[in-house]
Design a protein around this ligand. Structure first.
Ligand code: HAM
Length: 410
């Protein structure tokens, strides 16, 4: 029997309904904040992703050559594509641009719980606003979106300038290595790297910075930081909005394009793969032939949010089975039509089963049965049976719709 590719998943209807419910909660928050949906290709020129991150990233991607010999990659994330699209299509549009997306990404990673090779991100990019207010808006939006899903999470906010200030004398490749150690809290690896470049003392400042949760103390550790005023303003805006977060100056972010404020969200019940949100301020446009526009954004790991929410969140559709005898069939079709027109999920027998067999099937698949025999066909009424309580009454179709609607609203 053929199986799906490693790291991918199939979604049955119950799961898809739950996913769509949560997706729409996120969409609704994005809409209210003025973020409009965009869509980019699922695959791009490989160069789009290697230009900033280097050839090393190829190991983590699905890379292929098309029949014309072009080197392409399935997108591992969507920010680079959105910025490429901005340069291609919307460079002259009034700023700032507020865009969002909900789309799948592909990473060639070792699959485990919460880590897949195909996964979905709900993300936003705010393009062309280089201010503390822009940084704060994106963080507040991320928090509101996660709150709307009902997931329990912890939000951590930091700024790269602290770490960069301490590392400014190091070569870029060493800086990157050090930041990777700090991101993973791998202090032994950090010490090893610093000893190899004869800077063992730097380790203490870096570790103090990573463990520091106080802004004034972070400024003391890292020295003079040009963005100081902007950082204060961002933090004050977050505090005024009452968002729940902790400061964390150890956030280095895996992707290489971040320049300033960075933030991450962690769910409590996911084990090792517990990061459900990542984002920050970045610059990418100049690499792709555009102006050096400042941007800020985030992506929520949609699948991880779903795993964290578990089964509890989803309110299922109310299902009505329209059950009829042969004499009732014409009336039953009309009843199904008006139930569907009223927005109620209504299913009719297709198997030419008898009334008893239809009811038995309904008891396994539906919440209500509408029973239509000769009596109902003659009177124009329906018999509504609640399949959970067994309660049964004869009503006109409109009253039956109201009764089913009440159940759905509960
Ligand atoms: P990222 O942190 O690489 O950032 O990914 C965002 C989120 O996607 C992660 O926090 C995680 O929840 C989820 N994720 C990543 N890899 C996997 C995987 N293999 N399986 C399941 N979920 C995964 C970005 O992608 C940036 N583009 C975010 C951004 C937007 N920055 C600015 N704008």
């Amino acid at each position: 029997m053929l199986q799906k590719p490693r790291g991918t998943r199939d979604f049955l209807p119950d799961e898809m309904e739950a996913r769509r419910t949560i997706e729409w909660r996120m969409r609704e928050v994005a809409r209210r904040w003025g973020y409009r949906e965009v869509c980019t290709p699922e695959f791009e020129d490989l160069e789009l992703f290697t230009m900033r991150s280097g050839e090393g990233i190829i190991e983590e991607m699905y890379v292929f050559e098309d029949k014309g010999g072009r080197k392409l990659a399935l997108r591992p994330e969507i920010t680079a594509s959105v910025i490429r699209m901005y340069i291609n299509e919307a460079k002259v549009a009034p700023k700032p641009l507020r865009w969002c997306y909900f789309a799948d990404c592909f990473r060639y990673e070792r699959p485990q719980k919460g880590r897949y090779r195909q996964f979905w991100q709900f993300g936003v990019e705010l393009i062309g606003a280089d201010t503390a207010l822009a940084d704060a808006e994106v963080i507040l939006l991320a928090a509101e979106m996660l709150n709307a899903t009902g997931v329990t999470y912890e939000l951590k906010v930091g700024h790269l300038s602290f770490m960069k200030n301490l590392l400014e004398d190091l070569e870029p490749s060493v800086q990157r290595r050090v930041m990777a150690h700090l991101d993973k809290k791998d202090f032994d690896g950090l010490k090893g790297t610093l000893e190899s470049i004869h800077k063992p003392d730097l380790g203490n400042s870096l570790i103090s910075l990573v463990e520091c949760r106080d802004l004034a103390e972070a400024f003391e550790i890292a020295g003079t930081i040009p963005e100081k005023e902007r950082i204060h303003q961002t933090i004050n805006t977050l505090d005024a909005a009452g968002v729940d977060y902790t400061l964390n100056f150890g956030i280095a972010r895996g992707l290489d394009y971040y320049t300033g404020m960075v933030f991450e969200g962690f769910a409590q019940n996911l084990g090792a793969e517990n990061q459900i949100l990542g984002g920050g301020a970045y610059r990418l446009a100049h690499l792709f032939g555009g102006d050096d526009v400042a941007s800020c954004g985030f992506a929520i790991g949609f699948d991880r949010v779903m795993v964290s929410l578990g089964e509890t969140q989803h309110k299922k559709d109310t299902v009505v089975a329209i059950v009829c005898t042969n004499e009732g069939r014409i009336h039953a079709r009309e009843v199904a039509r008006i139930f569907r027109a009223a927005g109620i999920r209504s299913e009719m027998d297709l198997m030419e089963r008898g009334l008893g067999a239809q009811l038995a099937h309904a008891s396994r698949t539906a919440d209500f049965a509408i029973v239509i025999g000769r009596r109902e066909a003659e009177s124009g009424n329906v018999t509504l049976k609640n399949l959970h309580s067994g309660e049964q009454k004869t009503l006109d179709p409109e009253s039956a719709i109201a009764e089913v609607g009440l159940h759905g609203a509960r």
